[in-house]
Design a protein around this ligand. Sequence first.
Ligand code: ZN
Length: 241
Amino acid sequence: MSRLGETALVLFSGGQDSTTCLAWTLANFGRVQTIGFRYGQRHAVELECRPVILAEMRKRFPEWAAKLDEDHVLNLGIIRELGASAMTHDIAIGMGDAGLPNTFVPGRNLLFFTAAAALAYRKGIKTLVGGMCETDYSGYPDCRDDTIKALQVALGLGMDRRFVLETPLMWIDKAATWKMAEDLGGAPLLDLIVEHTHSCYIGDRSHRHDWGLGCGRCPACTLRKQGYERYCAKREGRLPA
Ligand code: ZN
């Protein structure tokens, strides 16, 4: 069923995944709003990437420019106040308690979706889109499909309003995320993602690689790099598609 008559709200951080989700939403919905969060993240530079990405989207894809509506940035500083993690404090990235990486921020995605749904309620928007992925981040319990489905039900009940939480990347790996970008927007979108999106956990944008800017060593850079290399290998026939 076409949803070109509908508006969707995209959780847009300025990273590779949420930018790919933004493109997916622009291809599938009639109007698109975006929301980002300032929560004391170490890689707050991603917030500076967001307006650049939006401007490049408008410039490179005129048909999408007509659909791109309001952008919102909300302050969720409470996440940092609740306690230290390697995502919000200058702590070495490694394994933490319960077999989870210490980049895990308890409740982060739950708060993001709850805040986004509260805004969507006021705007009359039914569909929320997020880049959560069970395949790559199986360590993060708030990226799991069951969590998102349960949250969809909870938000719907709690606001007495039907919400649909879409997660187009849930079951694909990072190589397939690059391929999805290629399918949605070809070379102009791939180039935009390489050049302007930010993934590096420690906020480094001083080192340039084929796959973008970042330290090249943190878990987020490693995931992005390995995905890009597998995507290129498949594209060039060195790995089966
Ligand atoms: Zn990095």
